[in-house]
Design a protein around this ligand. Sequence first.
Ligand SMILES: [Fe+2]
Length: 330
Amino acid sequence: MELPARFDDPYRARHRTAAQIRSAGAIGSLNDGVEVEIHGVATRLIAWPGTGFQTQSVHVLTLEPGQEMDMHAYGLAEESILALQGEGEVFVRNHWARFRPGDVGFFPPPVEHAIRATPGGPGLVAVASISPPEFELYEPAGFYNRQYGVVNQEAAWFARSNATPGKLSGPSQLAYHDSDPAVRAWNLTVSEIRTHGALFNVFCGAKIDVIEAPMVFVLWPGYGARSTGFHFANGDDGLTTAVHTHPASDECVVLWDGTARAWQQGGWHDMEVFDVVFAPCGVEHGISSVTGEALWGGFAAPPQLDLYARTPYYNPPGTFAEVPFGRLDR
Ligand SMILES: [Fe+2]
């Protein structure tokens, strides 16, 4: 099995146990993880209890042209699904809507949802976050023991140490879309989003600059999410975020385009497109663009009140202002 040269970094998630990642982080990749079948779809496990995450799972879903995910609903977890590459549709608010790279479906419990790839099209790759993790999804592959309620860390370690890397490569296909206005988040009330979900886009949200990088809060309590957070940012050459931690959120930051370096554990680590920073609760992290514009953005669960509380969008002691959607400047 051939591994990319940057995987030689001993700090890579592949070389670190779940307990090591939990306490000190790692650099992973959307191409690096065990692939299993979930809801009928090839699913690569990126951030999940097998890599030390407690509050969310992040998976990469790969659908062949014409393939449709099993319709499903969760009674507890919120799910978000981000279209990364290709073309398809998403079932959101009881409606099949166009689903193109940059679009994000948000599904609170217990709404039914699924995605499908356009027949005869290029296929569809998506990134899903489930918060909190739905452990039983890992049971058929042998990574979860329902009787004892435990993750089989030994099996997970063996499987991901031997996983063949995926072949996703850039450049980014992410773009702003506003098709299917009836299900777009910016045309719905917070209450409507919270109860039945919505279709978002990564370039549209509450604009803010709290860690020295321009960003938008896309999925956050101000727009109706309870357990899911997703923020998206861009940065020019040389822009460096503040080194920071989140006191109560596990975060998985993806480099969606460009090249960058990530700060963790007292050093910089090289990142290429689709690499991810694993920053569980309390683990310090920061990102610096290397060449040209980079796009990055992270899934965090629970949503990061430590960020929101520093913005004018927060009304102490614990509520949020009504915030209009804005477009991320490019
Ligand atoms: Fe962060």
